[in-house]
Design a protein around this ligand. Sequence first.
Ligand code: NAP
Length: 502
Amino acid sequence: MDGHEQYDAVVVGAGFGGMGAAIALNRLGLTNLAILEREDDLGGTWHVNRYPGLAVDIASVTYSYSFEPNPYWSRLFAPGAELKRYADHVADKYDLRRYMRFGTVVTGARWDEDAQRWVVSVEGQEPVTARYLLTATGFLSQPKMPDIDGIDTFAGRVVHTTAWDDTLDLRGSRTAIIGTGATAVQLIPEVARDAAALTVFQRTPIWVVPKMDFPIPAVVQRLFERVPLTQRLARKVSDGLLEAIMVSAVLHYRQAKFLNKGAAAASKLFLRSQVRDPELRRSLTPDYDFGCKRPTFSNSYFRTFTKSNVNLETTPIARIEPDAVVTADGRRTEIDTLILATGFNLWDVNFPAIEVIGREGQNLGKWWRDNRFQAYEGVAVPKFPNFLTLASPYSYSGLSYFMTIESQMAHLTRLFGEMKRRGADVFEVTEDANTRFLNRMTENLGDSVFYGGSCSTARSYYFNQHGEAALLRPTSTANAFREADNFPLDDYRLEATAAGRP
Ligand code: NAP
């Protein structure tokens, strides 16, 4: 171990999750930290994604840390660049840059039983060691490249939405976009404005509901700044609405089917108001229930397909040739630019995003894939001591990622606070607590649209390779916070080891 840099904690990822974890650790008095980040700057998804049209699709009063409200959001749904600036502000205010190492690709981490520390491998550098390891690698951090015949032979420009080239000028281009997920919903209206011809290749339609977006007037920003209670109230209203649409309608489908059916009806009505052609409407209407896939928000998406330069193509893609996309019926669409809005791979390469080896050589990714994806309260796994996995099965609150982050910060605070009281330096969740949690999540999922509704045609990334919808935490957001503040402390084995003594 000698010669390796030693930290109290290593956090992998300098996005909002990693920064939240570092803030919580600082508050607990842990200041010898390293935040290792593969990109060249902080902000996670808000640093990586720069495609035209990028904006939050959860109202900004909700999509931000509750303890660090930003009174200056320019719109109800802030553009992506503002989120990046907000991330910079948080890093500065909480003095987190001192911990960050950019361009640092973590390849894996291994628990050293003798030293009772994590040994973290870093590409091209010496490993570092840490008493605690926290992975905050996000859910949507491993872009998915479509496996389409001939794609490598395409002679024009190919760009994945996560690697947007700011010099890309689409004016007058013949562009194809593959994909119709939340990213494409934001991107398509923007590309349609510039391209001479845009063909959108849709495999599965998406539910879209109107986005009640508007600029936040300066007078309201000043009010938010001077009377923070007003912004807190605005947040409460926004949280309530989102809890109904994104959580209750989806996760409590059995009890609140009317919310789910109401959202689907609203989307259909909205589509009818934007698209007159019944054939086009049919093509844009999902045949699976609302919420099987993450619903999206846009006022201009549906309407864009009525423009004369835009074509919706629903025939499957057979192959790509140097100058064209060829569909299964043999038709060629000649293009010069190909945009891949094909999303992310979660279950094969992102859970976990790095190789993590715990006690008795247990490989977390292999164990999850061979058994079932699971993590106690969405943060801890038996046989992985002193490890909190923040992008985990059952951790994601459907409401806002910041709810996930803050409930995890609360969990961390309760756990580390108790260790401090007991003079412990090693924690490990018990098998029993983990199994109880998994069983409860499995049972709760029975109420969700995933199992109670019709999702088989959705091709949703919420489902893993075992057919389980193991991404979202199937409880209310309030329950996630309640449990983070009150989980039984006996659910963890806490130990004071000789290695932990100063
Ligand atoms: P996504 O939802 O996974 O969508 C990927 C799209 O690409 C799907 O329409 C998919 O079709 C299609 N696709 C993938 N491989 C294909 C292939 N080989 N052939 C044809 N089509 C293919 O990814 P995303 O749109 O990037 O969104 C991911 C998540 O990011 C969202 O759900 C949301 O949580 C988040 N997001 C948030 C914001 C925001 O808040 N501002 C913006 C964008 C994204 P199938 O459905 O048929 O597989």
